[in-house]
Design a protein around this ligand. Structure first.
Ligand SMILES: [Zn+2]
Length: 208
């Protein structure tokens, strides 16, 4: 198959690396969004998949049971946790690739059966220990590769105990005005947008 070689596969291979002596049950879990061409067998009946055009696009298809792999972007949620008294934002240092060690907003994938807002609240609690109340949706964007869709919410802390957990190496507050750049372009764009929004809100209030 064109483009399907081991070099290409390696390039996309991103795994959680063992970092605590093998006690992490997620050590060998793939994070990546596996491209459709890498799906080899039907998940329902285990026959080999073939390619067939549906709606003008090549899809992986099972001739035995009729299963079609409809490739979708992955839905995710993230939260700008803003502490208004100190004008701080809550950021996490990523524990796992891609971009391990980089700073982002807390967030992650939406589970089936979970609302987008519930996922946002849960991810903040899992990664930072902070219980958050959602104030409003900030915006929804695709990541630069269009593989993931992230809904960003604005929220404020209402309880919990700040401590890094699950996918986070560290969780801490940074002053909004001086927070460092975030490792993913979309997260960083959202941070800069929020900073500008708060600055403009402050100035319009100041001069009214
Ligand atoms: Zn099948």
């Amino acid at each position: 198959m064109p483009g399907m070689n081991s070099e290409h596969a390696r390039e996309h291979l991103v795994m959680r690396m063992p970092d605590n002596g093998g006690n992490d049950t997620n050590n060998f879990v793939q994070w990546r969004h596996a491209p459709a061409r890498e799906w080899k067998f039907c998940p329902l009946c285990s026959h080999a998949l073939c390619s067939r055009v549906w709606d003008g696009k090549d899809r992986r298809y099972c001739e035995h049971c009729g299963f079609v792999y409809w490739e979708r972007a992955l839905p995710a949620a993230a939260v700008l946790v803003y502490e208004p008294a100190r004008q701080d934002v809550l950021l996490v240092t990523r524990r796992y690739p891609p971009a391990a060690g980089g700073l982002t907003f807390p967030g992650g994938g939406i589970e089936l059966g979970e609302s987008v807002a519930a996922a946002a609240v849960r991810e903040v609690r899992e990664e930072t220990g902070v219980h958050v109340a959602i104030d409003r949706q900030f915006g929804t964007w695709s990541t630069p590769t269009n593989e993931t869709i992230i809904s960003f919410f604005l929220g404020h802390p209402v309880g919990g105990q700040l401590s890094a957990g699950t996918d986070a190496l560290e969780a801490r507050y940074f002053p909004l005005a001086t927070a460092p750049s975030l490792v993913f372009d979309l997260h960083d764009m959202v941070l800069r947008l929020f900073r500008t929004e708060m600055l403009m809100a402050f100035h319009s209030w100041d001069h009214s």
